[in-house]
Design a protein around this ligand. Structure first.
Ligand code: ADP
Ligand code: MG
Length: 240
């Protein structure tokens, strides 16, 4: 009889534990957020300001937990055929107000025919993490352009911003946990995005120039119209 657990088994226990803690912590955060917003509505201007800071700090904590949860258990979500134009349309609703708040805008151009295989919420999270970086890089009149098109039998999602850009050393560190140049950054965003795109069997490439902006090129396998979803899911049963 042996009490020793295999390394992979230990890792699984740790990630299960981390995932359940993250999940449990999210609920009280959401409840607290709701009450803070309620109180903000009743207070004077000074306390409104404080409540709003508290809410955005809670959102930051939730964001970290979401990133962490995705990394620990990327297989939690169900996989389906995703229409890129639909997914990008849903993203626009979330991201456009955020971009406007930071003095910029978002333009989306998507071929309506393109489908890929993945988890809708994870895929959106991957793109949100990138778009948040673009917005946080805005300097004055910000602009983000997203194009989705087909090239050489693959779906391409091409994101271009006119933000502060990165130098070679910064690009090389993308995806490294805790690499951040922001005072309130977590350095988890791109790591999670890399992981999600990898699980979708895609690739991601960054081009950037300091002071000019950043381009992100995501390549994803197209969902074959004739192949059933079952086949796609069976090929990677525990990955997404
Ligand atoms: P965080 O956003 O918490 O700093 P990320 O992993 O999302 O962590 O990004 C890591 C770093 O990469 C950022 O701090 C920033 O320096 C750089 N970066 C990523 N995307 C962009 C972008 N579009 N424009 C400029 N810098 C970027
Ligand atoms: Mg980020």
């Amino acid at each position: 009889f042996n009490h020793r657990l295999e390394r992979t088994e230990k890792l699984k226990i740790i990630s299960d534990l981390a995932a359940s803690v993250a999940h449990e912590v999210r609920n009280p955060l959401q409840v607290t957020r709701g009450f803070l917003q309620l109180l903000a509505g009743r207070g004077d201007n000074e306390s409104k300001k404080h409540f709003n800071i508290a809410v955005s700090e809670l959102d930051r904590a939730s964001g970290i937990i979401t990133d962490f949860l995705t990394f620990a258990k990327p297989e939690l979500e169900t996989v389906s055929r995703l229409n890129l134009a639909d997914e990008l349309g849903q993203l626009e609703v979330i991201i456009a107000p955020h971009a406007a708040m930071h003095g910029g805008r978002l333009q989306i151009n998507a071929d309506p025919e393109l489908n890929v295989i993945g988890s809708s919420s994870k895929f959106k999270q991957a793109l949100i993490n990138l778009l948040k970086n673009s917005i946080e890089a805005f300097k004055g009149d910000g602009n983000i352009e997203i194009n989705a098109y087909e090239e050489e039998g693959e779906a391409i999602v091409w994101i271009k911003d006119n933000g502060e850009g990165m130098d070679e050393a910064q690009i090389a560190k993308l995806g490294v946990p805790y690499f951040s140049t922001k005072s309130k950054g977590t350095g988890l965003g791109t790591m999670v995005t890399f992981r999600i795109i990898e699980v979708m069997k895609g690739t991601i490439e960054f081009k950037s120039k300091k002071g000019e902006g950043t381009e992100v090129i995501i390549r994803l396998p197209l969902a074959d119209e004739t192949a059933s979803l079952e086949t796609a899911a069976a090929a990677s049963p525990h990955e997404l």
